[in-house]
Design a protein around this ligand. Structure first.
Ligand SMILES: NC(=O)c1ccc[n+]([C@@H]2O[C@H](COP(=O)([O-])OP(=O)(O)OC[C@H]3O[C@@H](n4cnc5c(N)ncnc54)[C@H](O)[C@@H]3O)[C@@H](O)[C@H]2O)c1
Length: 129
């Protein structure tokens, strides 16, 4: 059973964290990187974004991957790698361990602490360039 005292204690801890976040966002971010409570957003799950996601989850950093390609997002969430250089097993493990999820919903950018953009730019749109 959760006691009133335990709830009050949790509320105290949450307000302490919120206070630090407001007072010193950089320090708060650094602390959350170190204690692995940060969540990274990677936009573009291609040749750059996918290995970056795998490198992050290998360090126990949670990633929310964004892409406009619905099929790719759906495959990733089923543990399938869209690139032959990276095994399904690694993607599947990241999903299973709840370290990774992919989405097409850009509103979910509000859920992440850092955003890394890995999409093609206007002058070079061919994959892998
Ligand atoms: N691949 C390389 O070796 C390399 C090296 C250095 C720099 N870059 C740069 O990194 C960037 C990404 O390259 P890449 O090779 O990973 O590209 P890629 O084509 O392999 O992957 C891009 C991904 O972004 C998604 N995407 C496209 N527009 C989007 C949008 N508006 N919102 C969300 N997702 C979107 C695509 O569906 C795709 O899955 C490019 O700007 C490229 O110039 C790539």
């Amino acid at each position: 059973m959760v006691t009133a005292g335990a709830i009050a204690n949790m509320q105290k801890q949450v307000s302490k964290r919120t206070e630090l976040r407001m007072r010193d966002p950089a320090k708060d971010l650094a602390a959350r990187i170190l204690n692995r409570t940060i969540r990274v957003g990677i936009i573009g799950m291609g040749y750059v974004g996918l290995p970056l996601m795998l490198a992050s989850v290998a360090k126990n950093i949670r990633v929310l991957g964004f892409d406009i390609d619905k099929e790719k997002v759906s495959a990733l969430n089923k543990g399938k790698s869209p690139l032959k250089h990276f095994s399904d097993a690694k993607v599947a493990a990241a999903c299973r361990d709840r370290l990774f999820e992919a989405t097409i919903d850009m509103n979910r950018l509000s859920e992440v602490d850092i955003i890394i953009i890995c999409v093609p730019h206007a002058s070079r749109s061919a994959p892998g360039t």
